[in-house]
Design a protein around this ligand. Structure first.
Ligand SMILES: Cc1cc2nc3c(=O)[nH]c(=O)nc-3n(C[C@H](O)[C@H](O)[C@H](O)COP(=O)(O)OP(=O)(O)OC[C@H]3O[C@@H](n4cnc5c(N)ncnc54)[C@H](O)[C@@H]3O)c2cc1C
Length: 430
């Protein structure tokens, strides 16, 4: 079983973490196929929540990441005038053993890639190989790839194929050929980043909105000068004739198209409009997700990460759940040594029901629903949350999402059920 030939489609956060976790659990024949010819620092900020940080720690990755991120300590929900709806501690400040990391997606990906290459050698990751087909030969699979730049084709043999190829997954399409493109919810997300002065504690995250528009803002790196790399994302209804591509994270767009929508917003002294206009590059991403699936696998082919359960970028769960998927899959395969099918079934039974619930919660706006409620009940603003919310209402919304995303503190503070033996001490940080 340990000699199973494993092919991972996609060198994103999910695929690379899976390569590391599988190796940590004793698997040695692992290849990663990546469509992009160069695995560069694409994307902007993402958040990794404590239960996924626990997994990164158990793989020995946390120390490498800490110098490259901000350990987020508090989260504010506000309206567009900066009236505070709800504040909560995050990560270590909230009593978790592991921090919440705000980090550039590309830096996280680069650090994971470095580790995969250190352990497996450069032959383990094949950049410029887009998976285009999968043939079941009974005794194994043949994965067909093409390099879109050179036209060269490749065929790889595998016992186990892991589809970690994102929201437009080809492997998912092989398993579920009847499914169409990812459905859109009518909103688009604009995003960018820039270096600038710190705000609030320097480890604060703001999510603000007026019922129609929304802004998320947080720092994700700090220079010695004290300046921080600020990440912002802004959601707006999509204009009918906009024509943005679905599922492409790298579409550039001018701030002229959207920044004026946020004119006059004041988020505790921060002007989102100024951040948008001051950012060197800005991008647009129509909000799309995926329908929950009745199965993530067929035979020895299995999905994970966005390929399995892409969600709206709400509640910091995209990268978080992908990391946990990767560790869970490696763990269950190891536990069922001798039967790939049994390992895959155990992984799916563990992960799919939880992620199905989370996908549904994110379609209901997750914890960010408090912004919409505040806007409906007090469109002109309010003096204090008690003027707008019933006693206990905000607490209940926050704790419901914590439960659905399996982030209850006491459970997260235990040792990971997926940790490979012997790599790191059972428990550590704070
Ligand atoms: C370029 C990019 C930028 C992003 N930026 C942000 C962001 O700013 N904020 C945010 O919240 N989320 C962002 N995301 C999404 C976020 O990374 C994911 O939600 C989360 O990390 C889950 O990761 P994943 O590995 O499952 O999917 P992804 O991160 O989408 O990774 C999938 C990988 O598979 C590769 N791939 C796709 N199709 C094939 C194929 N047929 N053959 C081989 N390889 C293939 C892709 O190039 C990619 O490297 C971005 C994703 C990408 C790809």
């Amino acid at each position: 079983m340990k000699q199973a030939r494993i092919l991972i489609a996609g060198a994103g956060i999910a695929g690379l973490t899976a390569a590391i976790a599988l190796r940590a659990h004793g698997f040695t024949d692992i290849q990663v196929l990546e469509r992009s010819p160069v695995i560069g620092p694409l994307g902007s900020g993402i958040n990794v929540l404590p239960h996924a940080v626990r997994e990164l720690h158990s793989l020995g990755m946390l120390e490498r990441l800490l110098p490259q991120c901000i350990q987020t300590a508090e989260l504010f929900y506000m309206n567009h005038r900066g009236d505070r709806i709800w504040r909560e501690d995050r990560g270590v400040a909230a009593g978790y053993r592991w921090p919440q990391l705000s980090i550039h997606r590309g830096w996280l990906q680069a650090e994971l890639l470095k580790r995969v290459l250190e352990e497996g050698g450069p032959g383990r990751v094949h950049a410029g190989q887009e998976v285009v087909g999968l043939v079941d030969e009974g005794t194994g699979h043949v994965v067909e790839c093409v390099n879109r730049h050179t036209g060269q084709t490749h065929r790889h043999h595998a016992d186990l194929v892991i589809g970690a190829d994102g929201i437009r997954s080809v492997i998912r399409r092989v398993l579920h050929p009847q499914e169409g493109p990812p459905p859109a919810n009518g909103m688009v997300v604009f995003r960018g980043m820039l270096w600038g002065p710190s705000f609030m504690t320097g480890r604060s995250m703001i999510i603000a909105g007026d019922g129609l528009r929304k802004v998320v803002l947080y720092p994700m790196a700090r220079r010695e000068s004290g300046d921080v790399l600020l990440n912002w994302a802004a959601a707006l209804p999509e204009k009918p004739d906009a024509g943005y591509a679905r599922g492409d994270w790298n579409q550039p767009v001018s701030p002229e198209v959207f920044a004026s929508e946020f004119e006059g917003w004041d988020l505790g002294g921060v002007s989102p409009e100024a951040l948008m206009r001051g950012s060197p590059d800005t991008f647009v991403y129509p909000m799309v997700d995926r329908e929950p699936l009745a199965t993530w696998s067929r035979g020895h082919v299995v999905l994970m990460g966005d390929a399995a359960h892409a969600m709206y970028p709400i509640g910091s769960n995209g990268a978080t759940q992908s990391i946990i998927d990767a560790c869970a899959l490696a763990h269950h395969l190891r536990q069922h040594e001798g039967s790939l099918a049994a390992g895959i079934a155990a992984y799916e039974a563990d992960r799919r029901p939880r992620l199905t619930a989370l996908q549904a919660a994110n379609r209901r706006q997750g914890p960010e629903v408090v912004i919409d409620l505040a806007a409906q009940r007090a469109p002109g603003g309010f003096a204090q949350p008690a003027d707008v919310f019933e006693s206990g209402e905000l607490e209940e919304i926050a704790s419901r999402y914590t439960r659905i995303s399996a982030m209850e503190r006491d459970a997260v503070n235990l040792a990971s059920p997926y940790r490979p033996v012997g790599l790191t001490p059972e428990l550590e940080p704070t």
